[in-house]
Design a protein around this ligand. Structure first.
Ligand code: UD1
Ligand code: CA
Length: 453
């Protein structure tokens, strides 16, 4: 049976104390709603409906995924929220109801929940909690069959003692939703149209109510405030850390790594504390990442070492390279094998040939460098005239002396040498030595200026 997903995301989330709608707050760098939409896609839903209300325009603007938006103007309850999608649901579908503020629900749990559902069976995801307060309670008959869900505020003392609770996640054939939701009433303690009231309707009609459970509480944990958001973030990050270790990475401290995207690691990668990985990052075998590095959308080849406090963004690094400490590799940087970029070096759109070195205090931008080039400390490619950007081209085996300014557009052909402190404004040919600086004068008996009385 085909599956459509309905994600409820219309609530305000006032306890977040935020101008951002709650479901746009991020876990691992992705909005909570984005996690749920991705999960919906992964379980093969043919359509994902998202019910929005508070901050609807912001939510639509910031979620790029193809979904079917449904607007719930006033938040009259979870049943009313699901009802906003009824006209768009196919009679052939079973409908899985998820929540934009319950971000970490697992695919395997949902597939297990859906397995039971067909035209005449609905399925509920429940969990037993030490402290069930606040949640809807699962009420069973004398034979153990589910017969209703009672909300905390409507429950009698006996019902309040039940510790099996409604996670809110359920799967119901679309036809049944179309039959039951219009019959909901709001005559209850909160004056809301409760989705949960359809359970008693199902029981009345002897529709089978199957029950499934998550593998852990965090999967069904909702986020109401920033403390809960931070708790889920740490829990999720620790799961990612464990996954990395199972693939052969050594983490100096699994509690001090943050992955906000997809990190692929080869065997024997080591990652020191405090590193952040964003977007798609691939680390080859034996790569070593020092402490406090930030690496975004980049590939690092095997046996390369990235030293402490290095920032790497949209960069390709070959094998056996050495980068950092304190280097900043900006988008469009490409290091061939065995290249070195040292401390306080910034690169941008820099193609660096095999074995070339930029070891200290340099800015290399819009530049291509051949093989075995040595860029002396403090070299600057002057790529910008205030309006336009220009390219610097440096051939193989070039030696650039310290504190040189290479004013682009300029080409320094292979084997050339630039004297330290030069400002190079014209092309330098093969094997030439170019020096462009004032000649040194040494004046005897120089009288230094004296303080005026
Ligand atoms: C709901 C369940 C309760 C369950 C609990 C699990 C109902 C009546 N109760 O209670 O049994 O134990 O979740 O967390 O379903 N929402 C809308 N539109 C609305 C109302 C809610 O989109 O009109 C969204 C909210 O943004 C929220 C979610 O639905 O993400 C749950 O709503 P909330 O009012 O918090 O339900 P609970 O009272 O927690
Ligand atoms: Ca409520």
């Amino acid at each position: 049976m085909q599956t459509e997903v309905v994600i409820l995301a219309a609530g305000q989330g006032s306890r977040m104390k935020s101008s951002l709608p709650k479901v746009l707050h991020c876990v691992a760098g992705t909005p909570m709603l984005g996690h749920v939409i991705r999960t919906s896609r992964h379980i093969g839903a043919i359509k994902t409906h998202v019910v929005i209300g508070h901050g609807a325009d912001l939510v639509k603007a910031q979620i790029p995924d193809e979904v079917c938006w449904a607007l719930q103007d006033k938040q009259l309850g979870t049943g009313h929220a699901v009802a906003q999608t009824l006209s768009n649901l196919s009679d052939e579908s079973r409908v899985l109801i998820l929540y934009g503020d319950v971000p970490l629900i697992k695919e395997s749990t949902l597939l297990n929940l859906l397995e039971h559902v067909n035209d005449s069976v609905i399925s509920l995801l429940t969990v037993k909690l030490q402290d069930p307060s606040g949640y809807g309670r699962i009420i069973r008959d004398e034979n153990g069959y589910v017969k209703a869900i009672v909300e905390q505020k409507d429950a009698n003392p006996d019902q309040l003692r039940v510790n099996e609770i409604n996670t809110g996640i359920m799967a119901v054939p679309a036809k049944k939703l179309k039959e039951w939701l219009p019959k909901l009433s709001n005559k209850n303690a909160q004056g809301e149209y409760y989705l949960t009231d359809i359970i008693a309707m199902a029981a009345d009609q002897n529709v089978e109510i199957a029950v499934a459970h998550p593998t852990c509480e965090q999967e069904v944990q909702g986020v109401n405030n920033r403390v809960q958001l931070a708790e889920l973030e740490r829990w999720y990050q620790l799961r990612i850390a464990e996954e990395l270790m199972s693939r052969g990475a050594t983490l100096a401290d699994p509690n001090r790594i943050d992955v906000r995207g997809n990190l692929q690691v080869g065997q024997d990668v080591t990652i020191d504390v405090g590193c952040i990985f964003e977007g798609d990052v691939i680390l080859g075998e034996n790569v070593s990442i020092g402490p406090y590095c930030v690496i975004r959308n980049s590939n690092i080849g095997s046996n390369s070492t990235i030293d402490a406090n290095t920032l790497i963004d949209e960069t390709l690094i070959g094998s056996n390279c050495n980068v950092g400490p304190f280097a900043r590799l900006r988008p469009g940087t490409k290091l061939s094998d065995s290249a070195k970029v040292g401390n306080f070096v910034e690169t941008k759109k820099a193609i660096v040939g095999r074995g070339s070195k930029i070891n200290h205090l340099s800015y290399i931008g819009d530049t291509s460098l051949g093989e075995n080039v040595n860029i002396g400390a403090g070299t600057i490619t002057c790529n910008y005239d205030g309006v336009n950007k220009f390219k610097t081209t440096i051939g193989d085996n070039v030696f650039v002396g310290s504190n040189s300014a290479l004013v682009a557009p300029v080409t320094i052909d292979s084997g050339a040498t630039i004297g330290a402190g030069s400002t190079i404004t014209k092309d330098v040919e093969k094997e030439q030595l170019a020096i462009a600086r004032a000649k040194q004068r040494s004046i005897d008996g120089w009288n230094r200026p004296k303080k005026k009385e």
